[in-house]
Design a protein around this ligand. Structure first.
Ligand SMILES: Cc1cc2nc3c(=O)[nH]c(=O)nc-3n(C[C@H](O)[C@H](O)[C@H](O)COP(=O)(O)OP(=O)(O)OC[C@H]3O[C@@H](n4cnc5c(N)ncnc54)[C@H](O)[C@@H]3O)c2cc1C
Length: 380
Protein backbone atom coordinates (compact mmCIF):
# COMPACT_ATOMS: atom_id res chain seq x y z
CA UNK A 1 0.00 0.00 0.00
CA UNK A 2 1.29 3.44 -0.91
CA UNK A 3 -0.30 6.62 0.41
CA UNK A 4 2.01 8.95 -1.53
CA UNK A 5 0.76 10.92 -4.49
CA UNK A 6 2.65 10.50 -7.75
CA UNK A 7 4.48 13.47 -9.20
CA UNK A 8 1.68 13.96 -11.71
CA UNK A 9 -1.03 13.80 -9.03
CA UNK A 10 0.87 16.31 -6.90
CA UNK A 11 1.28 18.58 -9.92
CA UNK A 12 -2.43 18.68 -10.73
CA UNK A 13 -3.31 19.22 -7.08
CA UNK A 14 -0.95 22.17 -6.91
CA UNK A 15 -2.24 23.65 -10.17
CA UNK A 16 -5.87 23.42 -8.99
CA UNK A 17 -4.96 24.83 -5.58
CA UNK A 18 -3.06 27.77 -7.10
CA UNK A 19 -5.91 28.70 -9.41
CA UNK A 20 -8.55 28.36 -6.68
CA UNK A 21 -6.63 30.28 -4.01
CA UNK A 22 -5.44 33.02 -6.36
CA UNK A 23 -8.34 33.48 -8.78
CA UNK A 24 -11.58 31.84 -7.69
CA UNK A 25 -11.40 33.41 -4.24
CA UNK A 26 -11.48 36.93 -5.69
CA UNK A 27 -15.08 36.90 -6.86
CA UNK A 28 -16.64 33.84 -5.23
CA UNK A 29 -18.74 35.91 -2.81
CA UNK A 30 -19.96 38.18 -5.58
CA UNK A 31 -20.95 35.23 -7.75
CA UNK A 32 -22.76 33.65 -4.80
CA UNK A 33 -24.74 36.90 -4.50
CA UNK A 34 -25.49 37.43 -8.20
CA UNK A 35 -25.61 33.77 -9.29
CA UNK A 36 -23.54 34.80 -12.34
CA UNK A 37 -22.03 31.92 -14.33
CA UNK A 38 -18.21 31.71 -13.90
CA UNK A 39 -17.52 32.17 -17.65
CA UNK A 40 -14.01 33.58 -17.25
CA UNK A 41 -12.93 30.85 -14.85
CA UNK A 42 -14.29 28.01 -16.96
CA UNK A 43 -12.39 29.44 -19.94
CA UNK A 44 -9.15 29.68 -17.91
CA UNK A 45 -9.57 26.23 -16.38
CA UNK A 46 -10.26 24.80 -19.85
CA UNK A 47 -6.96 26.23 -21.04
CA UNK A 48 -5.27 24.59 -18.04
CA UNK A 49 -6.81 21.25 -19.10
CA UNK A 50 -9.35 20.77 -16.30
CA UNK A 51 -12.43 20.11 -18.44
CA UNK A 52 -11.13 16.80 -19.75
CA UNK A 53 -8.64 15.75 -17.08
CA UNK A 54 -9.20 12.00 -17.49
CA UNK A 55 -9.87 11.94 -21.25
CA UNK A 56 -7.34 10.16 -23.47
CA UNK A 57 -4.83 12.69 -24.93
CA UNK A 58 -5.71 11.38 -28.39
CA UNK A 59 -9.06 13.20 -27.91
CA UNK A 60 -7.36 16.30 -26.49
CA UNK A 61 -7.77 15.27 -22.84
CA UNK A 62 -5.26 15.29 -20.01
CA UNK A 63 -4.93 11.49 -19.76
CA UNK A 64 -4.75 11.61 -15.97
CA UNK A 65 -6.10 9.08 -13.50
CA UNK A 66 -9.19 9.34 -11.30
CA UNK A 67 -7.15 10.20 -8.19
CA UNK A 68 -5.73 13.26 -10.00
CA UNK A 69 -9.27 14.21 -10.93
CA UNK A 70 -10.48 13.97 -7.30
CA UNK A 71 -7.55 16.08 -6.13
CA UNK A 72 -8.45 18.79 -8.65
CA UNK A 73 -12.15 18.78 -7.69
CA UNK A 74 -11.27 18.85 -3.97
CA UNK A 75 -8.95 21.86 -4.30
CA UNK A 76 -11.36 23.82 -6.48
CA UNK A 77 -14.35 23.04 -4.24
CA UNK A 78 -12.50 24.24 -1.14
CA UNK A 79 -12.99 27.69 -2.58
CA UNK A 80 -15.83 27.42 -5.10
CA UNK A 81 -17.90 24.31 -5.53
CA UNK A 82 -20.04 25.86 -8.29
CA UNK A 83 -16.96 25.68 -10.49
CA UNK A 84 -16.27 22.24 -9.00
CA UNK A 85 -19.61 20.82 -10.15
CA UNK A 86 -19.36 22.25 -13.67
CA UNK A 87 -15.98 20.51 -14.05
CA UNK A 88 -17.21 17.34 -12.38
CA UNK A 89 -20.30 16.90 -14.58
CA UNK A 90 -18.34 17.63 -17.76
CA UNK A 91 -15.58 15.17 -16.86
CA UNK A 92 -17.17 12.27 -15.10
CA UNK A 93 -20.75 12.18 -16.38
CA UNK A 94 -20.48 13.44 -19.95
CA UNK A 95 -16.90 12.95 -21.24
CA UNK A 96 -16.50 9.63 -19.45
CA UNK A 97 -19.82 8.28 -20.76
CA UNK A 98 -18.98 9.18 -24.37
CA UNK A 99 -15.41 7.93 -24.13
CA UNK A 100 -16.37 4.63 -22.49
CA UNK A 101 -19.42 3.74 -24.56
CA UNK A 102 -19.55 6.04 -27.61
CA UNK A 103 -18.49 5.27 -31.18
CA UNK A 104 -15.35 6.67 -32.79
CA UNK A 105 -17.57 9.25 -34.56
CA UNK A 106 -19.12 10.32 -31.25
CA UNK A 107 -15.65 10.78 -29.77
CA UNK A 108 -14.33 12.81 -32.70
CA UNK A 109 -17.38 15.02 -32.96
CA UNK A 110 -18.42 15.48 -29.31
CA UNK A 111 -15.76 14.26 -26.90
CA UNK A 112 -12.89 16.22 -28.42
CA UNK A 113 -14.48 19.71 -28.03
CA UNK A 114 -15.75 18.83 -24.52
CA UNK A 115 -12.32 17.63 -23.40
CA UNK A 116 -10.84 20.96 -24.55
CA UNK A 117 -13.65 22.88 -22.82
CA UNK A 118 -14.68 24.48 -26.14
CA UNK A 119 -18.08 22.93 -25.56
CA UNK A 120 -19.67 22.09 -22.22
CA UNK A 121 -21.62 18.89 -21.59
CA UNK A 122 -24.76 18.25 -19.53
CA UNK A 123 -26.33 15.03 -18.27
CA UNK A 124 -30.13 14.91 -18.57
CA UNK A 125 -31.57 12.13 -16.46
CA UNK A 126 -33.83 13.70 -13.79
CA UNK A 127 -37.40 14.71 -14.54
CA UNK A 128 -40.14 16.44 -12.54
CA UNK A 129 -41.34 13.00 -11.44
CA UNK A 130 -38.19 10.91 -11.86
CA UNK A 131 -35.43 11.80 -9.41
CA UNK A 132 -34.40 9.01 -7.04
CA UNK A 133 -36.62 6.69 -9.05
CA UNK A 134 -34.85 7.24 -12.36
CA UNK A 135 -36.59 4.22 -13.90
CA UNK A 136 -39.88 6.13 -14.20
CA UNK A 137 -38.75 8.17 -17.22
CA UNK A 138 -41.59 10.00 -18.95
CA UNK A 139 -39.47 11.57 -21.67
CA UNK A 140 -40.04 9.45 -24.76
CA UNK A 141 -37.77 8.67 -27.72
CA UNK A 142 -39.85 7.07 -30.45
CA UNK A 143 -38.12 5.65 -33.58
CA UNK A 144 -39.16 7.33 -36.85
CA UNK A 145 -37.12 6.39 -39.95
CA UNK A 146 -33.50 7.49 -39.44
CA UNK A 147 -34.40 9.43 -36.31
CA UNK A 148 -35.81 9.19 -32.81
CA UNK A 149 -38.42 11.80 -31.84
CA UNK A 150 -37.92 13.17 -28.33
CA UNK A 151 -40.71 14.61 -26.20
CA UNK A 152 -40.66 15.45 -22.50
CA UNK A 153 -39.10 17.57 -19.75
CA UNK A 154 -35.85 17.21 -17.83
CA UNK A 155 -35.34 18.90 -14.47
CA UNK A 156 -32.45 20.31 -12.46
CA UNK A 157 -29.92 20.11 -15.26
CA UNK A 158 -26.45 21.34 -14.24
CA UNK A 159 -25.05 23.58 -17.02
CA UNK A 160 -28.49 23.35 -18.68
CA UNK A 161 -28.25 26.92 -19.93
CA UNK A 162 -24.62 26.88 -21.03
CA UNK A 163 -23.98 23.35 -22.26
CA UNK A 164 -24.11 22.76 -25.99
CA UNK A 165 -23.91 18.95 -25.79
CA UNK A 166 -26.61 17.04 -23.95
CA UNK A 167 -26.67 13.37 -22.98
CA UNK A 168 -30.41 12.69 -22.86
CA UNK A 169 -31.92 9.62 -21.20
CA UNK A 170 -35.39 8.71 -22.54
CA UNK A 171 -37.88 5.85 -22.70
CA UNK A 172 -38.31 4.05 -26.04
CA UNK A 173 -40.15 0.88 -25.01
CA UNK A 174 -42.28 1.59 -21.90
CA UNK A 175 -43.49 -2.01 -21.83
CA UNK A 176 -39.89 -3.09 -21.08
CA UNK A 177 -39.53 -0.77 -18.07
CA UNK A 178 -35.93 0.30 -17.40
CA UNK A 179 -34.72 -2.11 -20.12
CA UNK A 180 -36.53 0.05 -22.71
CA UNK A 181 -34.57 3.22 -21.85
CA UNK A 182 -32.02 4.74 -24.28
CA UNK A 183 -29.38 7.47 -24.15
CA UNK A 184 -28.72 9.97 -26.94
CA UNK A 185 -26.24 12.72 -27.72
CA UNK A 186 -28.11 15.87 -28.66
CA UNK A 187 -26.93 19.38 -29.52
CA UNK A 188 -28.69 22.16 -27.64
CA UNK A 189 -29.64 24.07 -30.83
CA UNK A 190 -31.72 21.22 -32.28
CA UNK A 191 -35.20 22.49 -33.24
CA UNK A 192 -37.75 21.80 -30.51
CA UNK A 193 -35.29 22.14 -27.57
CA UNK A 194 -36.20 24.87 -25.10
CA UNK A 195 -34.48 25.85 -21.89
CA UNK A 196 -36.45 26.67 -18.74
CA UNK A 197 -35.72 29.36 -16.18
CA UNK A 198 -32.48 29.60 -14.24
CA UNK A 199 -33.16 27.97 -10.84
CA UNK A 200 -32.60 30.35 -7.91
CA UNK A 201 -30.69 27.97 -5.62
CA UNK A 202 -29.76 27.90 -1.94
CA UNK A 203 -26.10 27.20 -2.73
CA UNK A 204 -23.69 26.58 -5.62
CA UNK A 205 -25.51 29.57 -6.99
CA UNK A 206 -23.19 30.29 -9.89
CA UNK A 207 -23.49 26.84 -11.48
CA UNK A 208 -26.44 27.19 -13.79
CA UNK A 209 -29.33 24.80 -13.25
CA UNK A 210 -32.28 24.68 -15.66
CA UNK A 211 -35.10 22.48 -16.82
CA UNK A 212 -34.88 21.47 -20.50
CA UNK A 213 -37.96 20.75 -22.64
CA UNK A 214 -38.23 18.68 -25.82
CA UNK A 215 -41.06 19.05 -28.34
CA UNK A 216 -40.79 16.69 -31.32
CA UNK A 217 -36.98 16.94 -31.32
CA UNK A 218 -35.35 14.81 -34.04
CA UNK A 219 -32.22 12.92 -32.96
CA UNK A 220 -30.32 10.97 -35.64
CA UNK A 221 -30.29 7.24 -34.89
CA UNK A 222 -26.50 7.22 -34.95
CA UNK A 223 -26.55 9.51 -31.89
CA UNK A 224 -27.87 6.71 -29.69
CA UNK A 225 -25.11 5.37 -27.42
CA UNK A 226 -24.90 1.57 -27.19
CA UNK A 227 -27.48 -1.06 -28.05
CA UNK A 228 -31.22 -0.43 -27.97
CA UNK A 229 -32.23 -0.42 -24.28
CA UNK A 230 -28.73 0.37 -22.92
CA UNK A 231 -29.68 3.81 -21.54
CA UNK A 232 -30.50 2.92 -17.94
CA UNK A 233 -27.37 0.84 -17.48
CA UNK A 234 -25.39 3.68 -19.07
CA UNK A 235 -26.87 6.17 -16.60
CA UNK A 236 -26.15 3.98 -13.56
CA UNK A 237 -22.57 3.20 -14.64
CA UNK A 238 -21.88 6.85 -15.36
CA UNK A 239 -23.32 7.97 -12.03
CA UNK A 240 -21.05 5.49 -10.23
CA UNK A 241 -18.09 7.51 -11.49
CA UNK A 242 -19.87 10.84 -11.08
CA UNK A 243 -20.35 10.11 -7.39
CA UNK A 244 -16.60 9.95 -6.87
CA UNK A 245 -16.45 13.52 -8.19
CA UNK A 246 -19.27 14.69 -5.89
CA UNK A 247 -17.62 12.94 -2.93
CA UNK A 248 -14.39 14.82 -3.77
CA UNK A 249 -16.40 18.01 -3.98
CA UNK A 250 -17.90 17.37 -0.52
CA UNK A 251 -14.38 16.69 0.78
CA UNK A 252 -13.25 20.03 -0.63
CA UNK A 253 -16.18 21.95 0.89
CA UNK A 254 -15.45 20.32 4.27
CA UNK A 255 -11.74 21.13 3.93
CA UNK A 256 -12.49 24.77 3.12
CA UNK A 257 -14.67 25.07 6.24
CA UNK A 258 -12.06 23.27 8.36
CA UNK A 259 -9.15 25.50 7.24
CA UNK A 260 -11.17 28.61 8.04
CA UNK A 261 -12.21 27.17 11.43
CA UNK A 262 -8.63 26.39 12.45
CA UNK A 263 -7.48 29.87 11.48
CA UNK A 264 -10.42 31.59 13.20
CA UNK A 265 -10.10 29.63 16.43
CA UNK A 266 -6.43 30.61 16.66
CA UNK A 267 -7.31 34.31 16.28
CA UNK A 268 -10.60 34.84 18.11
CA UNK A 269 -10.28 35.48 21.81
CA UNK A 270 -12.92 34.98 24.52
CA UNK A 271 -12.39 34.96 28.28
CA UNK A 272 -8.81 36.10 27.77
CA UNK A 273 -7.63 33.33 25.49
CA UNK A 274 -7.91 32.10 21.89
CA UNK A 275 -11.05 29.99 21.46
CA UNK A 276 -8.83 27.09 20.26
CA UNK A 277 -7.77 26.81 23.91
CA UNK A 278 -11.34 25.95 24.94
CA UNK A 279 -11.53 22.19 24.75
CA UNK A 280 -15.07 22.34 23.35
CA UNK A 281 -13.66 24.10 20.28
CA UNK A 282 -10.46 22.03 20.02
CA UNK A 283 -12.53 18.82 20.08
CA UNK A 284 -14.73 20.13 17.27
CA UNK A 285 -11.55 20.62 15.22
CA UNK A 286 -10.46 17.10 16.10
CA UNK A 287 -13.82 15.60 15.07
CA UNK A 288 -13.71 17.58 11.82
CA UNK A 289 -10.18 16.38 11.02
CA UNK A 290 -11.11 12.72 11.56
CA UNK A 291 -14.17 13.01 9.30
CA UNK A 292 -12.11 14.72 6.60
CA UNK A 293 -9.46 12.01 6.75
CA UNK A 294 -12.14 9.29 6.53
CA UNK A 295 -13.74 11.03 3.55
CA UNK A 296 -10.40 11.31 1.78
CA UNK A 297 -9.60 7.62 2.28
CA UNK A 298 -13.02 6.61 0.91
CA UNK A 299 -12.73 8.96 -2.07
CA UNK A 300 -9.25 7.73 -2.95
CA UNK A 301 -10.20 4.08 -2.50
CA UNK A 302 -13.14 4.45 -4.90
CA UNK A 303 -10.95 6.34 -7.40
CA UNK A 304 -8.21 3.73 -7.09
CA UNK A 305 -10.63 0.84 -7.70
CA UNK A 306 -11.93 2.62 -10.80
CA UNK A 307 -8.40 3.15 -12.09
CA UNK A 308 -7.66 -0.54 -11.50
CA UNK A 309 -10.64 -1.51 -13.65
CA UNK A 310 -12.30 -3.14 -10.64
CA UNK A 311 -15.89 -2.83 -9.45
CA UNK A 312 -16.26 0.49 -7.65
CA UNK A 313 -20.03 0.99 -7.37
CA UNK A 314 -20.31 0.28 -3.62
CA UNK A 315 -17.08 2.15 -2.91
CA UNK A 316 -18.29 5.24 -4.76
CA UNK A 317 -21.67 5.13 -2.95
CA UNK A 318 -19.83 4.85 0.40
CA UNK A 319 -17.53 7.73 -0.49
CA UNK A 320 -20.39 9.96 -1.60
CA UNK A 321 -22.68 9.22 1.33
CA UNK A 322 -19.97 9.57 3.95
CA UNK A 323 -18.24 12.62 2.49
CA UNK A 324 -21.52 14.47 1.85
CA UNK A 325 -22.89 13.81 5.35
CA UNK A 326 -19.48 14.70 6.84
CA UNK A 327 -19.37 17.96 4.85
CA UNK A 328 -22.83 18.91 6.15
CA UNK A 329 -21.77 18.24 9.74
CA UNK A 330 -18.38 19.94 9.39
CA UNK A 331 -19.73 23.09 7.75
CA UNK A 332 -22.46 23.38 10.39
CA UNK A 333 -19.81 23.12 13.13
CA UNK A 334 -17.67 25.65 11.26
CA UNK A 335 -20.51 28.18 11.49
CA UNK A 336 -20.77 27.40 15.22
CA UNK A 337 -17.04 27.95 15.75
CA UNK A 338 -17.32 31.34 14.04
CA UNK A 339 -20.22 32.37 16.29
CA UNK A 340 -22.12 35.39 14.94
CA UNK A 341 -19.43 35.97 12.31
CA UNK A 342 -20.24 32.54 10.91
CA UNK A 343 -23.73 33.69 10.13
CA UNK A 344 -22.67 36.46 7.74
CA UNK A 345 -21.39 36.07 4.21
CA UNK A 346 -17.96 37.66 4.60
CA UNK A 347 -16.56 34.67 6.50
CA UNK A 348 -17.56 32.13 3.81
CA UNK A 349 -18.59 29.33 6.18
CA UNK A 350 -22.36 29.92 5.84
CA UNK A 351 -21.91 29.66 2.05
CA UNK A 352 -19.95 26.42 2.43
CA UNK A 353 -22.77 25.08 4.62
CA UNK A 354 -25.32 25.90 1.92
CA UNK A 355 -23.09 24.24 -0.67
CA UNK A 356 -22.57 21.10 1.45
CA UNK A 357 -26.34 20.51 1.52
CA UNK A 358 -26.45 19.90 -2.22
CA UNK A 359 -23.85 17.13 -2.05
CA UNK A 360 -26.37 15.13 0.04
CA UNK A 361 -28.99 15.51 -2.69
CA UNK A 362 -27.67 15.34 -6.25
CA UNK A 363 -26.26 12.35 -8.12
CA UNK A 364 -28.32 10.21 -5.73
CA UNK A 365 -29.37 11.37 -2.25
CA UNK A 366 -27.67 10.05 0.89
CA UNK A 367 -30.68 7.75 1.37
CA UNK A 368 -30.22 6.32 -2.13
CA UNK A 369 -26.51 5.70 -1.43
CA UNK A 370 -27.55 3.71 1.66
CA UNK A 371 -29.87 1.63 -0.52
CA UNK A 372 -26.97 0.88 -2.90
CA UNK A 373 -24.61 0.00 -0.03
CA UNK A 374 -27.11 -2.14 1.87
CA UNK A 375 -28.13 -4.03 -1.28
CA UNK A 376 -24.49 -4.87 -1.93
CA UNK A 377 -24.17 -6.18 1.64
CA UNK A 378 -27.36 -8.25 1.44
CA UNK A 379 -27.17 -9.53 -2.11
CA UNK A 380 -25.75 -12.99 -1.36
C1 LIG B 1 -28.77 21.86 -8.06
C2 LIG B 1 -29.10 20.51 -8.63
C3 LIG B 1 -28.40 20.06 -9.74
C4 LIG B 1 -28.73 18.83 -10.32
N1 LIG B 1 -28.09 18.43 -11.48
C5 LIG B 1 -28.59 17.37 -12.16
C6 LIG B 1 -28.09 17.05 -13.48
O1 LIG B 1 -27.17 17.70 -14.00
N2 LIG B 1 -28.67 16.03 -14.15
C7 LIG B 1 -29.69 15.29 -13.63
O2 LIG B 1 -30.17 14.38 -14.31
N3 LIG B 1 -30.16 15.55 -12.38
C8 LIG B 1 -29.65 16.58 -11.65
N4 LIG B 1 -30.15 16.86 -10.39
C9 LIG B 1 -31.26 16.06 -9.85
C10 LIG B 1 -30.90 15.25 -8.62
O3 LIG B 1 -30.09 14.17 -8.98
C11 LIG B 1 -32.21 14.84 -7.93
O4 LIG B 1 -32.76 16.00 -7.36
C12 LIG B 1 -31.99 13.76 -6.89
O5 LIG B 1 -31.66 12.56 -7.51
C13 LIG B 1 -33.23 13.56 -6.01
O6 LIG B 1 -34.39 13.43 -6.78
P1 LIG B 1 -35.70 14.28 -6.41
O7 LIG B 1 -35.28 15.70 -6.27
O8 LIG B 1 -36.75 13.98 -7.39
O9 LIG B 1 -36.12 13.77 -4.97
P2 LIG B 1 -37.05 12.50 -4.66
O10 LIG B 1 -36.60 11.33 -5.44
O11 LIG B 1 -38.47 12.92 -4.80
O12 LIG B 1 -36.73 12.24 -3.13
C14 LIG B 1 -37.33 12.99 -2.06
C15 LIG B 1 -36.81 12.45 -0.74
O13 LIG B 1 -37.22 11.07 -0.59
C16 LIG B 1 -36.08 10.25 -0.38
N5 LIG B 1 -36.33 8.95 -1.03
C17 LIG B 1 -36.76 8.75 -2.30
N6 LIG B 1 -36.87 7.44 -2.54
C18 LIG B 1 -36.47 6.78 -1.41
C19 LIG B 1 -36.36 5.42 -1.03
N7 LIG B 1 -36.62 4.43 -1.87
N8 LIG B 1 -35.93 5.14 0.23
C20 LIG B 1 -35.62 6.13 1.09
N9 LIG B 1 -35.71 7.46 0.79
C21 LIG B 1 -36.13 7.78 -0.44
C22 LIG B 1 -34.91 10.99 -1.01
O14 LIG B 1 -33.68 10.57 -0.47
C23 LIG B 1 -35.28 12.42 -0.64
O15 LIG B 1 -34.88 12.68 0.67
C24 LIG B 1 -29.76 18.04 -9.74
C25 LIG B 1 -30.44 18.49 -8.60
C26 LIG B 1 -30.13 19.70 -8.05
C27 LIG B 1 -30.91 20.16 -6.83
Amino acid sequence: MDFNYTEEQEMIRQAARDYAQRELIKDVLERDETAAYPTKHIKNLSELGFMGIMVDPKYDGGGMDTISYTLAIEEISKIDSSVGVIISVNNSLVCWGVEEYGTEEHKEKYLRPMARGDKIGAFLLSEPEAGSDATSQRTTAIPDGDFYILNGTKNWITSGGTASIFLVIAQTHPELGHKGINVFILENDAPGVSIGKHEDKMGMRSSDTHSVMFTDVKVPKENRIGEDGFGFKFAMETLNGGRIGIAAQALGIAGGAFDRSVQYSRERKTFGTEIANHQAIAFKLSDMAVRIENSRLLVHKAAWLKDQGRNFSTASAMAKQYAADAAMWITTEAVQIHGGYGYVKEYHVERLMREAKLTQIYEGTSEIQKIIISRSILKD
